[in-house]
Design a protein around this ligand. Structure first.
Ligand SMILES: [Zn+2]
Length: 327
């Protein structure tokens, strides 16, 4: 079986390939362009969308880029690589590595529920599955997205009716566009923070269609639904909006303490990650003989799989910080 090593990123020594490492590495698969998965690398394997997002956010998407379409297999000497959609954000990919008759699938961040602004995830069978397990605890079962979206609409409607600005917090790449799509047809005037506006323009360049929106203007924000990244919560930008109600959009909203933790008025559990049932479903679909877990409840999920008779181990060991801003 192919060796799998973890050192601030997953490394496949038989392929000399890193999977989403931090820092700078010689040869890397970048699953998507969230900052905890990207770096200034020498050679990268990635999708066109991820390359565009990385260029906009980091100024570089690797000195040498191997841009692959979904489903397109490519030989890299020691191994053959095929990318599959991961359903996490636009352009997010899983990588299937084939070497000497053995198959290894690395999911990166993924979800199986269809989203509104990203490609639906796919799956394949593999001998080894390396999967993210952010929500790998049975308490994380998300309600249907349509129900959560209905609650977000009601929050916006009631806040506007009360003469306040509804502020929805979601990270700039992926979550904000999902929220924007979820507000299509509701008739709210929509305004986007600059960083979200920039990423949304890139999405549109890649063919995604959104409802009409404008870029944040302090003098004109009244009467609009404002979408901002979570980091703006204590910024002057929001401080200067005197009458507002703030909602965080995150899968961690399942937790009863989430409103206190995020110090906002509401938390809505809309996530770009798989919930516990989808993590189990992914394992059922891939039918691996060996599983490695990464991120979040990696230990717990690996233990749950072992109880189901699957050879499964956490690569990172221990829970990562609860309530991260980036999911
Ligand atoms: Zn991510």
């Amino acid at each position: 079986m192919m060796d799998v090593i973890f050192d601030r990123g997953t490394f496949l020594p038989d392929c000399d390939l890193w999977l989403d490492p931090r820092g700078t590495r010689p040869f890397v698969f970048v699953s998507h362009a969230h900052s905890d998965h990207t770096g200034h690398h020498q050679r990268t394997i990635l999708t066109d969308a991820t390359a565009r997002f990385m260029l906009a956010r980091l100024g570089s998407s690797g000195k040498v880029q191997h841009v692959l379409r979904y489903g397109e297999g490519r030989d890299f000497g020691a191994f053959r690589a095929t990318l599959l959609p991961a359903g996490h954000v636009l352009g997010s990919a899983q990588i299937l590595i084939e070497k000497g008759g053995e198959r290894l699938l690395y999911t990166g961040d993924f979800k199986l529920r269809p989203g509104l602004s990203s490609e639906p995830a796919e799956s394949v069978q593999a001998d080894t599955l390396i999967m993210e397990t952010t929500f790998g605890h049975p308490k994380y079962l998300f309600p249907p997205a349509a129900k959560t979206i209905g609650r977000i609409h009601a929050f916006c409607r009631e806040t506007l009716a009360g003469g306040a600005v509804p502020v929805l917090l979601g990270y700039s790449l992926g979550k904000a566009q999902e929220v924007l799509s979820a507000l299509a047809g509701a008739g709210f005037p929509l305004m986007l923070h600059g960083s979200i506006w920039q990423m949304t323009q890139l999405y549109e360049g890649l063919g995604v269609v959104f409802p009409p929106y404008s870029r944040f203007e302090p003098e004109q924000v009244e009467g609009h639904v404002l979408i901002c990244p979570p980091a703006t919560t204590s910024s002057a930008m929001l401080e200067n909006i005197h009458k507002k109600r703030v909602a965080m959009i995150t899968g961690w909203g399942i937790d009863e303490r989430a409103i206190d933790r995020y110090q906002c008025d509401e938390v809505f559990p809309l996530s770009d990650h798989a919930d516990y049932s989808e993590l189990l479903e992914m394992v059922d679909l891939v039918k691996p003989s060996r599983v490695y877990t990464l991120h979040g409840f990696a230990d717990e999920f690996a233990r749950d799989l072992r109880r189901r008779g699957i050879d499964s181990w956490s690569l990172t060991g221990g829970n990562q910080m609860e309530f991260p801003i980036l999911e």
